[in-house]
Design a protein around this ligand. Structure first.
Ligand code: SF4
Ligand code: SF4
Length: 680
C-alpha cells in the first residue's frame, strides 16, 4: 500500500464559477496541507484534460479531489481503475452549483467548508470494489390473464427460461374486455404453445406463493393443497389483468335480481350470439363501483368510458337505442376522442346522470329505471330492455397477498405501488421485482399489452447488463456485538444472520444481499455494525471539519442539509439546475439513506455549531431503502422532543420527504426552517 498523496484540482468552468480561486487555494493550503493544488480553467476539455491525466498518473496520487462542477462529468473522465492506480480514490465537490450563485464571501466560505470536509473524508475512505452479479433465469411470472400471457410470450420469443405461476389457469382472465373478438381465443392458443415449450414451466391452481431472497436469487415457494414446492428465480414479474367488479352489494341496480341487468364484461361475452336488438332501449351506466370514496375505490377504472362507447356503437348497429349515463365526464383516454364523436353521430345519447333504482316494469318484461340528471337536477324515469353496468376494475387479491409478504407497498383498492408512476412504472422498490402496469392501476387491455411489452424489455435488460453493486456494505465488529438482534429484526433485506461464537450469540452480514442502507448502524447501540465509508467517526468528522471552517470564516447562521443519495440529493440538484432561489447558508452532506442519520448524529451536529439540521429523504411510500425514510422521520421527531425537553427550539431539526422532482418542496421547507430560526 502506497502512502497517501492528495492532489486537489480547482476548475473555474471557463470563469463561470466566480470565486477568488487564488484566495481559496491559499486558505486550503494553509488549513489542510494537500500535496498539490492545481488551478484549471476547462478541466474537462482538450489539452488541459490530457495534461492533467498524464501528470496525475506520473505523480502517483492516491487521493484526488476535484472542486469544479458536476460529479458525473468527472466520474466519466477519471475512471478509477484505468487511468490512475487502483487504490486511487476520486472525490468531487460541486462548486458550480453550491457556490456559484452566492455572494463571493459566502461562496468562498462554502467552498472551504466543503473542500475541507471532502479532504477529511478522502483521507479515511477505503477503496471499494465494483462487483457484477450475474442474474440467471428462470424468470418467475406470477398472475394470470392477457398481461401474463403477453409477458411470457415476449420472454419465450427471447429464449428466456420462464416459471409461470397462476392461482387459476394462466389463460383465465376476468378483465371485462377479454370477451371481445380481439382477445377471445388467442389466449388458449398461447397456453397450448407454452405447454409444449421446453423453457416454460407452468404451475396452475396454486393457492399461495411465498417469496424470499433477493435479485438474482429469489426463493419462490408455491402452495397447492398440501403440496409445497420451492423454486429459485433470478427475477420476478407480477402480471394480472384486474377483475371486473360484480355489483351484488349495490342491490338498487338490480344486478343478480334481473337477468336483463348485466355487466359490460358479461355482455361482451354474449354479443356474438345476439343477432338483433331492433328497437330495444339499452342503458349503459358508467363508473359503477369506482370513483367512489365510500366504497374504498376512488380511482377511475380507465376502460369503461371507451368500452362503453365501443359497445354502444355495436349495439346501435344491431338496431338498439342506446343511452350512456356518465358520472361527471366522459374520459376518452388514450386518444379515443374520435370514437366518442362517431358514437354521437351514430345516435348514442349521452346523459350526465347517475343511475338510481332499477325495478321491474309492471305489466311488461322490461325494466323501469330511475335516473338523476345531474345537469338539470331532474329525476327521470326510463323503460329499458337491458341495463349494462360498466363496473370498476378490481386489483388481484392473490398478487396483493404475495406482494404484502414481500413488504411491497399497497395502494388504494389493493393495487401495488410502482417505483415511480411516470419514470419507473414497471419497477418496484425491490430490485428485480417488476410489475405489469395493470397490477398497479386499472388499465384497458390495449394499454395493458404495451405495459407487458415494457416489462419484458426490462427483464431482458436486467439479464443482459448484470446487476452492479459495490462492497459498500455493513460490517460487524464481533467484539462489540452483544447479540441483541435489533439489526436482524429491522434489516429491510434480511441480510443479517445470527451465529454462535464461543457460546455467544453474534451476527454477521450477508454482503451479497446488503444494499448499504445503514439502518442497522443507526439502531445498533454498541456501534458494532457499521457501513463501510459511512462509519460513525467518518460522518461526524466531516461535519465537524465543515462547521469549524464555516464558523471561522463567517457569522452567518448555518443550516446543515443531510440528504439521502436517492430522492433527497437529486431534489437539491434539481433545485440548482432549475434556477429556483435556494436559501444560501446551507452545506449539504450525502448519505446512502436518511436512516443513516441517527438521533445522536443530529444532536452532535447541533452541538458542533450548526444552527439547524434539515434531513432530506425520499417520500416514505417511495423510499428506495424501504423503511429508511420512515425511520428518519422517527429520528427527527425524537430529537425534536429532546430539544423541547431541554428548553431548546425543536424547530432546529426538520425533515423534508420529497421525490427527486420536488425541488420547490425542498426550498420551501428550508425557508420555513429559516423563518422558524429567526422567530426563536
Ligand atoms: S444491533 Fe449491534 S449489538 Fe445488536 S446484534 Fe446487531 S450488531 Fe450486535
Ligand atoms: S446496511 Fe441495511 S441492508 Fe445492509 S445489513 Fe444493514 S440494515 Fe441490512
Amino acid at each position: 500500500m502506497r502512502s497517501l498523496r492528495t492532489g486537489v484540482i480547482f476548475c473555474s468552468c471557463n470563469n463561470a464559477i466566480k470565486l477568488d480561486f487564488d484566495r481559496l487555494k491559499q486558505i486550503i493550503q494553509e488549513r489542510y496541507h494537500p500535496e498539490t493544488i492545481i488551478l484549471s480553467k476547462t478541466l474537462c476539455l482538450g489539452n488541459e484534460k490530457e495534461n492533467l491525466l498524464k501528470m496525475l498518473n506520473e505523480q502517483n496520487y492516491t487521493r484526488i479531489l476535484i472542486a469544479a462542477c458536476s460529479e458525473n462529468i468527472f466520474q466519466g473522465i477519471f475512471p478509477q481503475n484505468i487511468l490512475v492506480p487502483s487504490e486511487t480514490i476520486l472525490e468531487v465537490v460541486d462548486l458550480q452549483e453550491e457556490c456559484k450563485p452566492h455572494s463571493s464571501e459566502l461562496g468562498l466560505t462554502k467552498a472551504v467548508a466543503m473542500i475541507g470536509a471532502s479532504l477529511f473524508k478522502l483521507e479515511k475512505l477505503k477503496p471499494l470494489d465494483k462487483i457484477q452479479q450475474e442474474i440467471e433465469a428462470p424468470v418467475a411470472v406470477i398472475g394470470n390473464g392477457v398481461s401474463l400471457l403477453r409477458v411470457v410470450e415476449n420472454l419465450y420469443n427471447l429464449g428466456i427460461r420462464i416459471l409461470v405461476i397462476s392461482p387459476g389457469t394462466i389463460e383465465e382472465t376476468t378483465h371485462p374486455e377479454a370477451g371481445t373478438n380481439n382477445y377471445a381465443g388467442t389466449r388458449v392458443k398461447l397456453k397450448q404453445k407454452f405447454q409444449k415449450a421446453k423453457k416454460v414451466e407452468i404451475l396452475e391452481q396454486i393457492n399461495d406463493v411465498h417469496v424470499s431472497g433477493h435479485i438474482g436469487e429469489f426463493h419462490v415457494q408455491t402452495h397447492k393443497g398440501e403440496e409445497i414446492t420451492t423454486h429459485t428465480a433470478g427475477l420476478l414479474v407480477f402480471a394480472s389483468d384486474g377483475e371486473e367488479y360484480k355489483p351484488l352489494d349495490l342491490s338498487q341496480y338490480g344486478y343478480g335480481r334481473f337477468e336483463q341487468v348485466k355487466t359490460l364484461g358479461e355482455i361482451y361475452g354474449e354479443l356474438q350470439e345476439i343477432k338483433t336488438l331492433q328497437d330495444q332501449n339499452i342503458i349503459i351506466a358508467n363508473c359503477i363501483g369506482s370513483r367512489d370514496e365510500t366504497l374504498g375505490r376512488p380511482y377511475c377504472s380507465a376502460y369503461c368510458c371507451d368500452q362503453g362507447i365501443n359497445l354502444a356503437r355495436e349495439l346501435t348497429l344491431k338496431g338498439a337505442n342506446v343511452t350512456i349515463c356518465y358520472m361527471a365526464d366522459v374520459r376518452s383516454l388514450f386518444f379515443k376522442e374520435e370514437e366518442y364523436r362517431q358514437a354521437r353521430m351514430d345516435g348514442v345519447e349521452f346523459l350526465r346522470a347517475g343511475l338510481g333504482d332499477v325495478d321491474a316494469d309492471t305489466g311488461s318484461d322490461r325494466l323501469k329505471v330511475t335516473i338523476e340528471d345531474t345537469l338539470s337536477g331532474k329525476i327521470l324515469e326510463k323503460c329499458a330492455d337491458k341495463v349494462i353496468l360498466s363496473c370498476a376494475l378490481l386489483a388481484s387479491n392473490f398478487l396483493r397477498d404475495v406482494a404484502q409478504r414481500l413488504e411491497l407497498e399497497i395502494k388504494d383498492g389493493g393495487f401495488l405501488k410502482e417505483l415511480y408512476s411516470k419514470l419507473k412504472a414497471t419497477e418496484t422498490k425491490l430490485p428485480g421485482v417488476f410489475v405489469c402496469e395493470s397490477v398497479v392501476q386499472p388499465l384497458p387491455l390495449a394499454e395493458l399489452l404495451k405495459s407487458a411489452d415494457a416489462v419484458a424489455f426490462k427483464v431482458l435488460k436486467s439479464l443482459q447488463t448484470k446487476y452492479l453493486r459495490t462492497n459498500a456494505t455493513a460490517q460487524v465488529n464481533k467484539d462489540l456485538c452483544v447479540g441483541c438482534e435489533l439489526c436482524v429484526k429491522y434489516c429491510p433485506r434480511q441480510a443479517i444472520n445470527t451465529i454462535m461464537e464461543d457460546d455467544q450469540l453474534k451476527v454477521e452480514v450477508d454482503t451479497t444481499i446488503c444494499y448499504g442502507c445503514a439502518l442497522c448502524q443507526t439502531l445498533c447501540l454498541t456501534g458494532a455494525i457499521q457501513l463501510v465509508n459511512y462509519e460513525d467517526e467518518m460522518l461526524t468528522g466531516q461535519i465537524k471539519v465543515a462547521i469549524d471552517a464555516w464558523k471561522s470564516l463567517t457569522s452567518t447562521p448555518l443550516i446543515m442539509n443531510i440528504a439521502c443519495r436517492e430522492c433527497g440529493y437529486c431534489a437539491i440538484n434539481h433545485g440548482h439546475l432549475s434556477g429556483i432561489e435556494i436559501p444560501e447558508h446551507t452545506l449539504t452532506f450525502q448519505v446512502p439513506c436518511a436512516a443513516r442519520v441517527s438521533p445522536l448524529d443530529l444532536l452532535t451536529t447541533l452541538n458542533m455549531g450548526a444552527d439547524a439540521v434539515l434531513v432530506i429523504s425520499c417520500p416514505e411510500e417511495n423510499c428506495h431503502m424501504q423503511k429508511g425514510s420512515h425511520i428518519a422521520r422517527l429520528h427527527v421527531k425524537f430529537v425534536k422532543n429532546i430539544l423541547q425537553q431541554i428548553g431548546q427550539n425543536p424547530n432546529r431539526v426538520e425533515i423534508a420527504q420529497l421525490c427527486a422532482a420536488e425541488a420547490d418542496k425542498y426550498t420551501s421547507t428550508l425557508k420555513a426552517l429559516e423563518a422558524a430560526l429567526e422567530g426563536s
